[in-house]
Design a protein around this ligand. Structure first.
Ligand code: MG
Length: 268
């Protein structure tokens, strides 16, 4: 327990030192400091490996403990097979090279084009963690807010899903479309990921959540309201909820640092 406390303290301290910034390139001064930090600082790699080491250490115990779920409110899960829900961008694969060349405003089509034309690279520690989880018989679901949007001259309603699967595979993380859940892939799958988490939780005991954004863990932490949320989050409400669920951080919930973008930036 003491080791875990130290480990979490290190993660918290390092994350607290991150710069407040947004995506994009400042043409006068170069990329924002958060982008430079993710790109250049060995500390980013160290924190990412630390997060995945912590999750790996906890994995066997959480697989074995049928009384455990990382989904608050999940019911009747004891006999369900174990699963982990993972975010994709800045959790499994790095988009720092995209962030570096991005000029605001961000559009999802820009990320699609970049992903389609560049090889994805894994976040440090992610490949090894995914392999270990599968060796323990855990089903992995990649829940991403990359949206489905039809593209001219490309068949199917969600060419973005094929690119996302391709990105994961390129990065060394085997995946398929059955385990990648995109925003808008189904009519009711909006950006509020809890809808997709709840769906997975009908058939699996969710032993871990891993992501880089508060919304990868906690519902209704966005300024913009999506169903089933009814009111806009504030910086204070996000902090209150983070504290409310304190027992999960580093114990079923594992968060990667992202000073480049995320739901937190809308509260500046
Ligand atoms: Mg992400």
């Amino acid at each position: 327990m003491r080791n875990k406390s130290i480990r979490l303290l290190l993660i918290t301290q390092a994350t607290a030192l991150l710069f407040a910034c947004t995506s994009g390139t400042d043409t006068d001064a170069g990329p924002h400091p958060g982008i430079v930090w993710v790109r250049d600082a060995a500390e980013f790699d160290a924190i990412a490996m630390q997060v995945y080491r912590a999750a790996s250490d906890d994995l066997p115990g959480l697989v074995a403990d049928k009384s455990w779920t990382a989904m608050p409110g999940q019911k009747s899960y004891g006999e369900l097979p174990p699963a982990i829900i993972l975010d994709v961008d800045e959790t499994m694969v790095s988009n720092v090279a995209f962030q570096e060349m991005l000029t605001s405003p961000f559009k999802n089509s820009m990320l699609y084009d970049w992903n389609a034309n560049n090889n994805a690279t894994a976040i440090p520690g992610a490949i090894e963690f995914v392999k270990l989880a599968r060796e323990h018989g855990v089903e992995l679901f990649f829940v991403t807010n990359r949206p489905c949007r039809r593209k001219p001259h490309i068949a199917g309603p969600c060419p973005q899903e094929a690119i996302t699967v391709q990105d994961l595979v390129e990065a060394g993380i085997p995946a398929d479309s059955d385990h990648v859940m995109m925003a808008n892939e189904m009519p009711h799958w909006d950006r509020e990921k809890v809808i997709r988490r709840d769906l997975i939780a009908q058939n699996y005991r969710i032993i871990m959540l891993i992501g880089d954004d508060l919304s990868d863990f906690i519902p209704c932490v966005r300024k913009k309201v999506h169903k089933p949320c009814t009111e806009a989050a504030t910086a204070a409400s996000r902090q209150n909820k983070t504290e409310l669920f304190h027992r999960y951080w580093g114990a079923g919930w594992y968060v990667l640092p992202n000073p480049m973008h995320g739901s937190w930036t809308t509260f500046e």
